[in-house]
Design a protein around this ligand. Sequence first.
Ligand SMILES: [Zn+2]
Length: 476
Amino acid sequence: MSHGVTRDLGTLWVVDPVAELAGAANVALRDGRIERVDWRDGAEAAAARFRAGGEPDLGDPTDLLLPALIDLHAHFRQPGAAASEDAASGERAAAHGGYGTVCLMPNSEPAADSAEILASMVRVDGARRGVRLLPIGAATRGRAGTALAPLANLAAAGAIGFSDDGSPIADAALFRAALIGAGALGLPVIEHAEAPHLTAGGEAADGAVATRLGMRPWPSAGEIEAVARDIALLREALATEPRVRLHLTHLSTAAALDLVRSARAEGLPVSCDVTPHHIAFTDRWIAGDRRWAWELVAHGSSDRSADQSSALDPTPEAFDSNVRVCPPLRGADDAAACRAALRDGTALAIATDHAPHSRERKEMEFGLAANGIAGIETALSVALAARAAGELSLATIARSFVTGPASLLPAAHASRGISVGAPADLVVIAAAATWTPSRATLAGKSLNTPLIGRALPGVVRLTLVSGVVVWEAPER
Ligand SMILES: [Zn+2]
């Protein structure tokens, strides 16, 4: 389709989590490959800089160069809900977000439980941009949770894992069978951990906000109990199939992350991810308080200070259905635990759970609105906002968006980083610039994000996949 790009990128702040290098470097591309990476202070200094967090000093370049980002969890609504998003608009949105690779959840309509539907999830009508779309197959037929989907057929058709996302695989025997079946194919089960008997009808995290606003609680126990069960069944399944691998997506509670941390310390093949909204937003956003999670003093959940509870009076922004999400937004402590999990590697990725919804599915009473936030275009900016607050280093961000998610994928999809000779799979970010999400600036079809109108750090200037430009911002 297009020729690989030939271009001198100039001197940027380069963070390569594959080689674990960071520093100012002059980078040039030729015919779609990286032709030159000249580290200003040498490769040894770049290795030391990466270990120290990958951050530049005052006076260093502020434009960042990272490998193109990888999203483990997105919904492009194809087939079934093209008014909300389709593969073509999703690809545009991903490219704008700095992504080169996106894994698509199988809760299309119908669910991706056959090779045909799996293929239709990633079919782009018209010209392709070139963002890699990797389908995840349904774990059970119709995601109904009663019989296994044909896992081997789905794997042969390109599934990179199996999930009933949107729902957990509630039946224990079936969950265990899915782990074993997927493991035998060398693929993970990607589980939406939720104990439905505890969460039915839940609207908001259990806590002061739900109480103050009179909302039905979705308790932390709904996630913690599910994760405990999943890890217990993983341990059992491992006795049958040593290649079993469990990935828990969008974890949101400190206690569930602790369970994963312990299980990993024990050597169990379990990993997890957290979302941009769970690291940066809190349940107070439902009441209209739009401070970042790290701007709130993190108290023990039973210890809310007087000034925090008075601020719970709902503002005109309250009950915005764009902050209705599953699992729900939680308190500042849980958000802090999600960031800590990224820093210590318990969570290997920031995964967007990009869940676009047309206005028809969101403009209604909070508890009736569809769950989800359209987040693939703002994920990197949210992470950079956390960075500005000293919460996440560039090294952690690069791991969470590149090498961490890549480690869950088949080896063919591994990032080759920013090394001479590698295909140009890159994103250039003007980290000191800001942008404001709006209908005019977002490339996806849906606007269901509470970040509309809010200035965010980090403008994606250029996204390259396999040496081809998939996104280039207008001239500054
Ligand atoms: Zn989910």
